[in-house]
Design a protein around this ligand. Structure first.
Ligand SMILES: NC(=O)c1ccc[n+]([C@@H]2O[C@H](COP(=O)([O-])OP(=O)(O)OC[C@H]3O[C@@H](n4cnc5c(N)ncnc54)[C@H](O)[C@@H]3O)[C@@H](O)[C@H]2O)c1
Ligand SMILES: CC(C)[C@H](C(=O)O)[C@@H](O)C(=O)O
Ligand SMILES: [Mg+2]
Length: 404
């Protein structure tokens, strides 16, 4: 039973009132036959990808399906190839059919992509390039990566209990700009005839302003503190970042803004993570800091994410990768993907009740002592990916209190 479930799920509350993005939270769903069957129907594009991707997606799909059905929601799932799986099948990491299926869907749930097999591929034939093309193609510029230390998992944190306990932060990562997409980039030769590789960190005012506004909106709905992380002591793109975030702050007098250099932020995250409420940062710093933040919570296998744009479907994925070292062994922790499905319901479809069912079920499963290897501590029940999924399904099925 989930009656004892207690958690500050602040990180999961719909964070925006930005008008364009807010549409995604209130999307009513399509009524198939309103008079007699109040079933809401949504189409979900599933992109299992590579490595542990298909394992965690299989589990999360079942959880999504059950939580939806208990709230009168029916899903039609369309599974499409992506990443290495798509390379093997079609020769490209993001086939046009996959992108257009994702664009047409109500929401997209991705497992993970990548693996040793494709590591030496040319850039345009890497699974990771497909992921960047997908994010760009869906125009999902705002990547929300909540990191919450669940009371049940304090002992799984690599940090001391008193440092980890109560951590509840949100990394707002800019996702479609910066060094990942900047030009020029490529390979060449320098004046000494040596090979060089180069990338460009570039941000425009527009790109910074829109992600800053998303972050301020989120901070406003959380504890009212926003820390902008940059490298403005060295990088021009960060100098503009700091200037624009400071300018946008005037629209949010109720939010307390601070700035921090990324090297210090990396250190502060393990020194005293409770100082952070909402962090806003660029694409690459957000990638790195969110992996770091995940370990405070116990495992990278716990962290979900939501990537949202101004319109169109959101993209929901765990922050971890394809974990080739444990792929195919039923060892993966599926909770990050299950919690990403909860974010899909809440942020992508505006279905907060079904999302709460999933979040509560995850807590209930942890309360009942089930743990995959990455979050295992003595006295708990060690299970694999599939069994963890089955236990979450049992918890979804039982009555759960609504989380406020
Ligand atoms: N969004 C994505 O699809 C994504 C994200 C990160 C990395 N990648 C790709 O994944 C591949 C592997 O990258 P990596 O090893 O640097 O990162 P990774 O996140 O795949 O794995 C890092 C470590 O965390 C563990 N881990 C990750 N997810 C786990 C889970 N759910 N349960 C238990 N343990 C888990 C792995 O076993 C590994 O030891 C690379 O090809 C990389 O490009 C993809
Ligand atoms: C696989 C890679 C392109 C991706 C990123 O860097 O964004 C991953 O690390 C992530 O965090 O989703
Ligand atoms: Mg990453």
């Amino acid at each position: 039973m989930a009656a004892s479930v207690q958690l500050n799920l602040r990180s999961f509350k719909a964070p925006f009132n930005l008008k364009p993005i807010a549409k995604q939270f209130s999307r009513p769903g399509r009524i198939r036959c309103a008079a007699t069957t109040p079933t809401k129907r949504y189409s979900i594009t599933l992109l299992p990808g590579d490595g542990i991707g298909p394992e965690v997606i299989c589990v999360a799909k079942n959880v999504l399906k059950l939580a939806g059905s208990l709230e009168g929601i029916e899903f039609s799932f369309q599974e499409m190839p992506m990443g290495g799986a798509a390379l093997d099948l079609t020769g490209v990491p993001l086939p046009e059919e996959t992108l257009s299926a994702a664009q047409r869907a109500d929401a997209v749930l991705l497992g993970a992509i990548g693996g040793y097999k494709w590591d030496k591929n040319e850039k345009h034939l890497k699974p990771e390039t497909g992921l960047l093309q997908l994010r760009e193609g869906l125009k999902v510029f705002a990547n929300l990566r909540p990191a919450t230390v669940l009371p049940q998992l304090v002992d799984s944190s690599t940090l001391k209990k008193d440092v980890a306990e109560g951590v509840d932060l949100m990394v707002v990562r800019e996702l479609t700009g910066g060094i990942y997409f900047g030009k020029p980039r490529g390979f060449g030769t320098n004046e000494k005839g040596e090979d060089i590789g180069f990338n460009t960190e570039v941000y425009s005012t527009h790109e910074i302003d829109r992600i800053a506004r998303v972050a301020f909106e989120i901070a406003r709905k959380r504890r009212g503190q926003l820390c902008s992380v940059d490298k403005a002591n060295v990088l021009e793109a960060s100098m503009l970042w700091r200037k624009r975030v400071t300018a946008i702050a005037t629209e949010y007098p109720d939010v307390e803004l601070s700035h921090m250099y990324v090297d210090n932020a990396a250190m502060q995250l393990v020194r005293y993570p409770k100082q952070f409420d909402t962090i806003v940062t660029n694409n690459i710093f957000g990638d790195i800091l969110s992996d770091e933040a995940s370990m405070i919570t116990g495992s990278i296998g716990m962290l979900p994410s939501a990537s949202l744009g101004e319109s169109g479907p959101g993209l929901f994925e765990p922050i971890h990768g394809s974990a080739p070292d444990i792929a195919g062994q039923d060892e993966a922790n599926p909770l990050a993907t299950i919690l990403s499905a909860a974010m899909l319901l809440k942020y992508g479809l505006g279905e907060a009740n079904a999302a709460n069912r999933i979040e509560n079920a995850v807590l209930d499963t942890l309360n009942r002592g089930f743990r995959t290897g990455d979050i295992y501590s003595t006295g708990n029940k060690l299970v694999g990916c599939k069994e963890m999924g089955e236990e979450v399904l049992k918890s979804v099925d039982s009555p759960v209190p609504t989380v406020i």
